[in-house]
Ligand binder design. Sequence first.
Ligand code: PMV
Length: 359
Amino acid sequence: MSETNFLPGTYTHQPQNGSVSWRSPSNIALVKYWGKHVDQLPKNTSVSFTLSNCFSETTMQYRKKDGAGYDFEVYLDEKREEGFEPKIGQFFDRIKNYLPFLEQYAFRIDTSNSFPHSSGIASSASGMSALALCLMSLEREFMGGELSEEKFKNKASFLARLGSGSACRSIDGPLIVWGEHPDIEGSSDLFGIEYPFDVHPNFSNYRDTILLVDKGEKQVSSTVGHGLMKNHPYAAVRFEQANKNITRLIDVFRNGNLDAFIEIVESEALQLHAMMMTSLPYFILMKPNTLEVIDRIWQFRNDTGSKVCFTLDAGANVHVLYPDSEKEVVTSFIGSELTQFCKNGSFIDDKAGTGAQSL
Ligand code: PMV
């Protein structure tokens, strides 16, 4: 598939005004995307669990207007958020060839997140995917409903990617692959697809408790971080490692080997942060409590044989991953040993989910 597949369809309807709403979740990568080239195309394949409880809800009201140019306002929790508007304007610029109605309507975009804004959890994946889905609902209306579910989802993912790379993995769930890979037929750099092979029941309802170790604003944005992979001495090896880890994960998902899963997932998290620590300029997003948590997880695993493990995003918070069958024992371990390392003891209990929902 190429970009031309996402050019606009035939518009047969032109509503004067209306409103569309979507709830879209965040996702957590198991094999990480870190490094991109033009138009948000990934340098390696990534795979993620779609989450359930961390989501954005976005409503887009639209009204036909005259004249050229964009006309939109963004509201977060019912308060105008002008700080978000340049990013949305840039997003519109990137996607306008695929959605020519962007200049023909005035929009009011209302968004809210299920997780606190200051939690250090990125809202770009859930926010951009929710917005992309609203825009696709509009396009479907203009096409008089003549758009298959598959085309709708693929284009929503394609558009979300242009807003924020990892957002393309939030449309569906529970396991999404983004980036062309020789072992995964149908995989594409342009949009995320549902993981197409067998998945062992060990991975059903996989749990993710997100420990809010540091709620501060990130010192280094992911845009800057991706950019630093351009002249990174280890970049080529890193991209190759990620793609090898995808190949290994295909076997692991099939046979349910949780020890191998843990090795891949934790190694991926540490490689991501190793890239940050070895770029120029270098930076460290982990905090002392991030390391405390990792240490306790390793200790607990050694002592009990639990299959709990961790992964990290581009920040200090720790995603504690474990099979559903260990829910009781790991929840109690988190309460007694890990929450002490969280800001005000706070964490978010989440699990793999099935993707976005129209509201
Ligand atoms: O989608 P972006 O540009 O914010 O990049 C996200 C990158 C990581 O979250 C660190 C990894 C990933 O694959 O989600």
